[in-house]
Design a protein around this ligand. Sequence first.
Ligand code: GLV
Ligand code: GLV
Length: 336
Amino acid sequence: MKIFVTRQIPGDHLKKLGEGGHEVTISEFDRPLTPEELLERAKGVDGLLSLLSDKIDGEVVDAIGPQLKVVSNYAVGFDNINIDELSDRGIVVTNTPSDEVNEAVAEHTWALILGLIRRIVEADEATRRGAYKGWEPDIFLGTSLKGKTLGIVGLGRIGKMVARRAKGYGMSVIYTKRTKDPESEKELGIEFNSLEELLKKSDVVTLHTPLTEETRHLISNAWPYGQKADTLAQMKKGSFLVNTSRGPVVREHDLVEALKSGHIKGAALDVFESEPNIDPELFGMPNVITTPHIASATTEARDEMGKLAVSGLLDVFSDKIPSNIVKKDVWQKRRK
Ligand code: GLV
Ligand code: GLV
């Protein structure tokens, strides 16, 4: 089988791809490919290993050709792939969900929460610049977490890991999700709220939803689907927002306005609405932390991602349903 990998990944997992006699080509560039570059290289392959920066839809897979059987996405999220269009064609899609990745994202979320409320980045910058002249009673006053409320939007595996860690800080945890999760409520001591209630009550709001049409611009100043909700305004005055999910869940421009007005006290963002572009106004704000989409960037997590991305492809080639298949029902009608 022919396999194209859109970019080199950490570790030596890709070696394994070639072991069964498969013909593997890896992009020669250390950057995302343009759509044209991707097509030129992927035409005629049976399997594609893609990254979250590659847009893969029906048009792309048709151009690659009718022999394409599997797209293995090196990410937990798969909003870069049009799952319905690929499923219609019988193309199997796999992703890389694993405890290691979810934990890395949960840990980064906590790094951001703590960095934000204790103003770590701002304080570090001032210290390095030589601004520290001796202890002062009122420099860089932060906010304590104990007794505060953490609002988790999206209680998937990552959301739950974030909730579990909140107990260590003595926070109350509330969550919102399409369907209530009574089992997790019992296990984690957390409480279900509507999105509106959650936003009203939370001192820190953290987002852990996948990006779907339902969650696009979930946090914005005006609900784009004809409802009246104005979710940024619903947030408690002086609260913090953390986003390690997907950038477009937040309308970035609206967040900038809410930060300027002081309604939102600070934000920590690992993802942005149109990556790699970032609203430059965010960089001028000391109460904002930005990281370049690195929530899953630990050696341990990337190692697991590499393993899963490779096994997804190889399983399909050896006619075994991958444990990490995104849509199980495609298996029955898969291309052979
Ligand atoms: C990273 O954002 C991922 O979805 O794995
Ligand atoms: C995805 O981001 C999840 O909630 O697991």
